[in-house]
Ligand binder design. Structure first.
Ligand code: SF4
Ligand code: SF4
Length: 82
């Protein structure tokens, strides 16, 4: 089951949301500290919204370009599909 996403390192690319077959992860807008024209720039970050629906397929962990999604049981040494 998905356990955590290290949002401090997240770029907001949305791949984890796209590759999840169980619709567990949702991208939701948040304000960033960056100020442009007097307004905080917004970006979207992933939220583990329906953790109980996770089928432990590891897609989000495998496809996250930053390697910051943690799915348990962790199978770090298995062959990657590429
Ligand atoms: S392990 Fe699979 S089902 Fe679970 S959140 Fe990640 S992509 Fe979705
Ligand atoms: S795939 Fe990784 S970097 Fe991209 S939004 Fe998801 S957690 Fe963040």
């Amino acid at each position: 089951m998905i356990e955590a996403i290290d949002l401090d390192k997240c770029t907001g690319c949305g791949i984890c949301d796209d590759v999840c077959p169980a619709d567990v992860i949702y991208m939701e807008p948040v304000e960033t500290p960056d100020v442009v024209d007097g307004m905080h720039r917004a970006k979207s970050l992933p939220v583990i919204k329906y953790q109980q629906h996770c089928v432990t397929c590891f897609n989000c962990e495998l496809f996250c370009p930053e390697g910051i999604v943690d799915v348990h049981p962790s199978v770090k040494n298995r062959p990657r599909p590429w």
